[in-house]
Structures are given as structure tokens and as C-alpha cells.
Design a protein around this ligand. Structure first.
Ligand code: ADP
Length: 488
């Protein structure tokens, strides 16, 4: 401990000792003075009423029994003065003065006892708040800290004496998740607020806390103070972020693997427009080489060259975004556009496996909040699984249906994406294992596709489920919540 810290503690102890002796000494002197004046003064007044001050002073340093004794002693002193002054010779007026004095002392003693009891129970309740590990503090309307529990001392590093009277947001360098005005409005409207805050400890370390606020009102119902209960979730947040990071990396790796599966299709999707560019280029030269160049045909060929060039660059752009490794985004996404995106990559896969595609994309679908590339990954996984599973059924019966629709469920609006095939389906007993990591029935399968799809959809706040169709084959259903902010 530093010298100044030690000196401060010594000072505080000395002040405490002085206070311990000062108050009883003052009370005793006052009682003696009242007794002398009451006994010796010629004034015909109820001087004994002043003993209530002695009782009130004593209430600050004695407990219940001590206070009863003080009250009793004051009444005895009143009686003694009365006997000394009046002896056998007393009249009604002097007796009444004595009675008034004794009554005042009795009432004050009883009221002080009641007050002590109430204070004791309040203190006990406040002590209870010290038992919890959560940091609890109370701040008034001007954000000044008026209560600071033991948990807050431990979590933030400031002692109660240091924190009391300071402005909470300034002391803790609070970073709010939204505008403070908005939070205030919610607090005053509902009486409570809950959210994550970033605080800074006395030693400068930053921490994330889960904060619960409740507004306290005075007896007239006016907001008076806010009680803030904070629990440290820094470690939890760190672990959660690490998990998200790991999931994103795994999703990326499996995306690259899926692209590996699609190499033949991708090569075809890029080759085809490039071949067309060459053909139209040659045609162009031919039309230009004529004695009278046919400008109309040249124009048509150049337009085809541009169209095919764009298509190739579209495919490359989509591949690049799939291969990109970036943190998941949270932006409004149109699920129909996600389906469009993947079809460009799957066209060749569908035709080489002789699968007929049936699209039923819901009109005016609300947007969902999420990461377009990750949702494409889920759609590709489901469609590829379906296409591959249908190898087991004769050509002509292979049908892939992708359907999107908005569902106005009671729990909130959702967008559904069904990927349905006419393949052999799965044994109902293996159904619970489908989404397990490394579960695969394919010789070269990794068994990560459905597991990654599930974690992607759950990270979007949605669900993914599998069911057998009545007419055979599987149906995978993705349900994504519609965020109110994304409804345009
Ligand atoms: P992988 O494709 O590498 O095997 P997945 O997690 O994507 O990994 O799929 C796990 C397993 O689920 C597959 O091996 C297959 O047995 C089964 N499966 C997935 N989709 C279908 C489907 N549409 N029809 C039948 N079985 C399916």
C-alpha cells in the first residue's frame, strides 16, 4: 500500500474513533445540562421535552436496548428533577409539564426504535445486494452514482467511496449499442432496458457486460433513479466470436470443396460463352470481309459477343464471390436472387445428370437479413445433393423442384425455400443423422454439406429440416425469419 493510501486509512480510522466517542459525550453533556437547567432554573417550562434531542442523538450510535435505556434514563431524570423541585408539594400545572416531558421522551424513543428497525432492514437488503456476483449500481436522473455494490467494486476496480458521486457513463466510458436518447425512451416507456454495453475498468481493460436496467420511481410515480445490473460476458463473447470465426472458415473451406465438385460444370459455363465469342468474332470478320460489308449482321454479331462476354464474366464474378473469404455479412437478401445466382452455376450439372428443373419462385418475397454468399452455399449444397441422389432413379423421372414462398406464421413472417427431389430418399432411421458432421453415404463425400448448411441457417436465426416426400424423394426446407427492418 502506498504511504498516502496508508495515511488515508489511518486518518479514516482516527475520524471513526473520534466520532464513536464524540456523539455519546455530546449526548451525555446535553442530558446533564438539561437536568441542571430543569432542576435549578426558576422557569416554569417543560424543559424536560429537550431530552428528546438526547434520544435522537443516541439513536445514531446505540442499538435497540441501548436506546430503550437512554429513553428510560431521560424519564428518570425528568422524575428526579420533579421530585427535587416539588417534593410533596406539587400542583396540576407542574405535574402536567412533567407528564408532557415524559410523553415526548417516550414517543420519540418509540419512533426512533421504529426508524432504527426500518434502517436495519434496508441495510440488510442492501447487504444482500453485496452477496451477488453481479455488479449492481444505482444512478440518479443526472447519471450520478448513488449506490455501488461489492460486485461492482470487484468488476470495475473502483471502491464504493471512489465511485459514489461520479457520473456513471463517464467513469465507465460506456459504449452504448444505440443512441442513448433511444435507450432512454425505451426505459421510460417500459420501465426497463436490456442490452450489451462496453465498459472500461479502472485499470483500463475493456469488458463487455450484459446490462439490465430498471427504473425506480418516487411515491408520486416520477422516475427517480435507475438500477443497473451488469454481468461480465467478455469471455463468453470472445468464445462466441472465435466460434463464428471457425464456422466461417469451415464454411469457406467446404465452399471451395463444393466448387471442386463443380469444376466440370464451371469450366463448361465459362467455355461455352467464350466459344460463342470466338464464333461470333469470326462471323463478324466474314461479314466485314465481303465486298459490301453487311453492317447489320456485324452489329448483331458484336451484340452476341457482348452478351456472351457478359455471361462469362457473370459466372466468374459469382465464382469469385463464392471463393472469397470474408466475414459473414448482415444485409437484406432476396432469396429468389440467391436461387438465380446458383442456377447459373448448376445449369450444366442439371443437364449432364438429365434432371428437369421446376422453379416456383414466390412473387414479392420479403428480404431476409443475412449473407448472400453463405445462403448461396446452402442452396448449392441442397441442390447438388438432390441432383446426385437422383442418379439412382431412371432418367425421365429426375425432377428437382426449388420453391420459395413467404409464410405468415403466428410467430412472425418467414421465407421458406424448399429443395425437393424425386430421388430414392433416405432410410427414415438415418434421418436424424443427416445433419451430423462427417455423416456421408457417398464414397468421396465429406459429410460436411448439411452440417455447414445447418450452422449457416441457424446463424441467420432460421431452421433447416428434412422430410420424405409422399411421392418419394426428399424435401429439404429452409426457413428464414423476415426482419422488420428489411421489409421495404
Ligand atoms: P456429402 O454430400 O458430402 O455426403 P452432406 O452433409 O451434404 O455430405 O450429406 C450427407 C448425406 O445425406 C449424404 O451422404 C446422403 O446420404 C444424404 N443426403 C443428403 N441429401 C440427400 C437427398 N436429397 N437425397 C438422399 N440423400 C441425401
Amino acid at each position: 500500500m502506498s504511504r498516502s493510501g496508508g495515511a488515508m486509512l489511518e486518518d479514516a480510522a482516527a475520524t471513526g474513533t473520534a466520532k464513536r466517542w464524540l456523539m455519546p459525550a455530546m449526548a451525555a453533556s446535553l442530558a446533564a445540562a438539561i437536568f441542571i437547567v430543569d432542576t435549578l432554573s426558576p422557569l416554569d417550562m417543560a424543559i424536560a421535552v429537550l431530552y428528546v434531542v438526547v434520544v435522537l442523538l443516541s439513536a445514531g450510535f446505540v442499538e435497540r436496548r441501548g436506546l430503550l435505556l437512554v429513553g428510560f434514563a431521560c424519564i428518570c431524570l425528568t422524575l428526579l428533577s420533579f421530585i427535587i423541585i416539588h417534593g410533596q408539594d406539587y400542583n396540576l400545572a407542574s405535574t402536567m409539564r412533567g407528564v408532557v416531558g415524559a410523553a415526548a421522551i417516550t414517543v420519540t424513543t418509540l419512533l426512533s426504535l421504529r426508524n432504527q428497525k426500518a434502517t436495519r432492514s434496508l441495510r440488510e437488503q442492501a447487504d444482500l445486494l453485496d452477496l451477488t456476483h453481479d455488479a449492481i449500481f444505482v444512478r440518479d436522473d443526472a447519471d450520478t452514482i448513488t449506490y455501488w455494490n461489492h460486485g461492482a467494486e470487484k468488476l470495475y476496480g473502483w471502491s464504493r467511496a471512489e465511485a459514489l458521486g461520479r457520473k456513471a457513463a463517464r467513469l465507465l466510458q460506456t459504449v452504448f449499442p444505440s443512441a442513448t436518447a433511444e435507450i432512454r425512451v425505451e426505459l421510460h416507456r417500459t420501465g426497463r432496458w436490456e442490452g450489451e454495453l462496453v465498459h472500461t475498468r479502472k485499470n483500463g481493460a475493456r469488458l463487455v457486460v450484459m446490462s439490465r436496467w430498471s427504473l425506480q420511481h418516487d411515491e408520486r410515480g416520477r422516475p427517480m433513479a435507475t438500477m443497473e445490473t451488469n454481468s461480465d460476458i467478455t469471455e463468453h463473447k470472445r468464445a462466441e466470436n472465435a466460434l463464428h470465426q471457425a464456422q466461417a472458415e469451415l464454411a469457406h473451406v467446404t465452399r471451395i470443396t463444393t466448387m471442386g465438385e463443380l469444376t466440370a460444370s464451371i469450366a463448361h459455363e465459362i467455355n461455352q460463352p467464350l466459344a460463342a465469342v470466338v464464333t461470333y468474332g469470326e462471323a463478324c470478320l466474314r461479314w466485314l470481309g465481303r465486298d459490301v460489308p453487311d453492317i447489320g449482321e456485324v452489329q448483331a454479331s458484336v451484340q452476341q459477343i457482348i452478351r456472351n462476354g457478359r455471361r462469362a464474366s457473370d459466372v466468374v464474378a459469382r465464382l469469385r464471390s463464392l471463393a472469397r473469404r470474408s466475414d459473414p455479412e448482415h444485409v437484406p437478401v432476396d432469396v429468389n436472387e440467391v436461387v438465380d445466382d446458383i442456377l447459373l452455376l448448376l445449369e450444366r450439372e442439371l443437364s449432364s445428370h438429365r434432371v428437369a428443373l421446376h422453379l416456383s419462385l414466390g412473387a414479392g418475397l420479403p428480404r431476409v437479413l443475412g449473407d448472400r454468399v453463405q445462403l448461396q452455399q446452402v442452396a448449392i449444397n441442397l441442390a447438388l445433393n438432390a441432383i446426385q441422389a437422383m442418379d439412382a432413379v431412371p432418367e425421365g423421372q429426375r425432377r428437382l423442384e426449388i420453391r420459395t414462398v413467404v409464410d405468415h406464421a403466428e410467430a412472425g413472417e418467414t421465407v421458406l425455400m424448399d429443395v425437393k427431389d424425386s430421388g430414392p430418399g433416405v432410410d427414415p432411421q438415418t434421418m436424424p443423422m443427416l445433419f451430423d458432421a462427417f455423416y456421408s453415404t457417398k464414397t468421396e463425400g465429406m459429410g460436411m454439406g448439411l452440417s455447414i448448411s445447418r450452422s449457416i441457417i441457424e446463424a441467420h436465426g432460421g431452421r433447416i429440416s428434412a422430410a420424405l416426400n409422399d411421392e418419394g424423394g426428399m424435401c429439404f426446407r429452409v426457413t428464414l425469419p423476415v426482419n422488420e427492418e428489411t421489409v421495404s
